[in-house]
Design a protein around this ligand. Sequence first.
Ligand code: FRU
Length: 325
Amino acid sequence: MRTTTKAALLIAGIAALGALTVQHSSAQSKTYLIGFSQLAFDDPWRVAFNNQMTKAASKHPEFKLVTVNAQRDSAKQVADVENLVQQKMDLLIISPNEAAPLTAIVKKVYDSGIPVIVLDRAVLGDAYTMFIGADNKFIGTKAGAYVAKWCSDKKLNPCNVLEVSGLSGSTPAQERGSGFRDGIKTNPNVKLAASVTSEWQKAKALPAAAAAFQANNKFNVVYGHNDDSTEGAYIAAQNANLDVKKMLFLGIDGLPDKNGAIVSILQGRLGATFVYPNGASEAIDWAAKILEKNEKPPKKITLGTDEITTENAKQACEKYDCELK
Ligand code: FRU
């Protein structure tokens, strides 16, 4: 072989090797920073949500998940997201504390070209990549329909309801409230006698319900926008010496852990709950499709629910693998 040919081959060889090496190392080292802006870490539903997010992300070694805690403060959540932008995140997953205060920052991130997946609570408008969450209006309506039937089965007229609502600026509180009002319409004897707010928190539900029970001790039903609020109100009802066995306590979330609503139903406190999924695994699946396969996601994915009552709590316990201590 002539020296020039040899040299050419050598160069081609080195180039090919180089190309291979580059390709190899890029496949190995391409990582994505996923920013997860969570609104709080201090209740069991959020803890389960965070755990499921971490677990789903761990199936993608190429994902680095950075979870930040807004501590129920919308202004802090805006700052958290700005911080994630500084860290050059590739995709944002956010569960917004309140709709209006988080809308502009979500739009800013989305407009800058960073995909944004909004989970559980909505923002205003449609400046985000996709929304994943359950239908809160539907769940609220189901809760109302359950109350309408319970009141008519018990032949209660009036059938007085205390509502313990979530944070008013958050979309699930608005939708669970309006859905419930629709759901009770079939029974005119159902009276929404009082509405107080717990801002989603058990610790705030207790004094709020206590004040309501002090003003009026004729409540038949307590509808909490989440199970935590209902459990707080249950304690307040006991403290007020109400006959809790004759009342209906219902909530939303349906967690399967030992302090969750399914076990509470089996233990005779709550009468009904509605499962509220968080969308963590769906969000991670879509993050992978968006970032790695360039897929265009649907604007909205609606997650299902399940009505759990005293009738089916045992089966639900098996289905959701609940923790009986
Ligand atoms: C948890 C929570 C849930 C509720 C959801 C609504 O922080 O309050 O109990 O279902 O948020 O966004």
